[in-house]
Design a binder for this molecule. Sequence first.
Ligand SMILES: [Zn+2]
Length: 321
Amino acid sequence: MASSSSSTSTSNSNGSKSKYEAKLRYNVDRFAKILSDEPQDSSLVQWLQESYGVDKTNQLAQLSSLSPSSVQEQKTLLRDFLEWFRTQFPYYRDTCNHCGAKGCQFRGNHPPTLDEQTPSPNTTTTTATIIIDTTEVSYCPHCQQLTRFPRYLSAMEIVKRQRGRCSEYSLLLYRILVGVLGLPARWIVDWANHVWAEVWIHEKWVHLDPCEASVDQPLLYQGWGKKQTYIVAFQQRGPDPSSSSSVTNGNKKNDTAHCPSSVVDVTKDYTSDSWETIQERRAQDGVTQEEIAAALDRANADLQQMTPSDIIATYSTSRTN
Ligand SMILES: [Zn+2]
């Protein structure tokens, strides 16, 4: 699937392969892997109910059925949840596995070992699926040993290992929103090395950052001094959030066919800079608007061709534990 789609022409007017499209394709591929983790959602439901509580989980699942006047209440529920989430899943800061020192030095990406591809013990499912991107290796200057950091794309593995950065925690949050709570959600990637999620509430996509426990603060990153240039939203086909009747009570997948998968440029949602300023930055980078539009069209076409079962078949490695 990924190999056939990547054979689509990605040449720009200079005849060279588009840097933008290469990065977009990489993220479409990652998103497809996240979607392929869907069979693990039932384990995720069980875990969330046990660890966050059945009542609180149900409250979250019913967020979109609250009236528009209770938007503050909704944000408070989400913020409480993200605060809890952050205590469960602290940001991994290159701590040495051997001596516990911080500040290990990155030494490269390596193929995962067989052990790293094997699900953790105490797997609640009989057939565990584990999806892993790569393994980062870093060197500890204190004890001179190497630490391996497997970058999982499998939500239950992230739950069990509790080690990750924005990549792991944004995809876990995305799977919780979509797969456990039944809420329309998007996975958001900033080319400037950050990832988060959004949830659809009352005709609006609401920014959720699991590493910052931040709700509806889209200008947060601008405050960090980032110059927003390429930010893309990835959404799975599912209930159409613009149809108010499609998600009424938080029941999972009660209406799945309305909204096609989509890949959308959302850069201007995350900056107060003008559209002209964003385009100037892109032009300085040698990336044209036409090139971006064409790359997004191709990514959308590819993602929409994939059914969930295609994606699962393409990416999942089922293992009997
Ligand atoms: Zn060490």
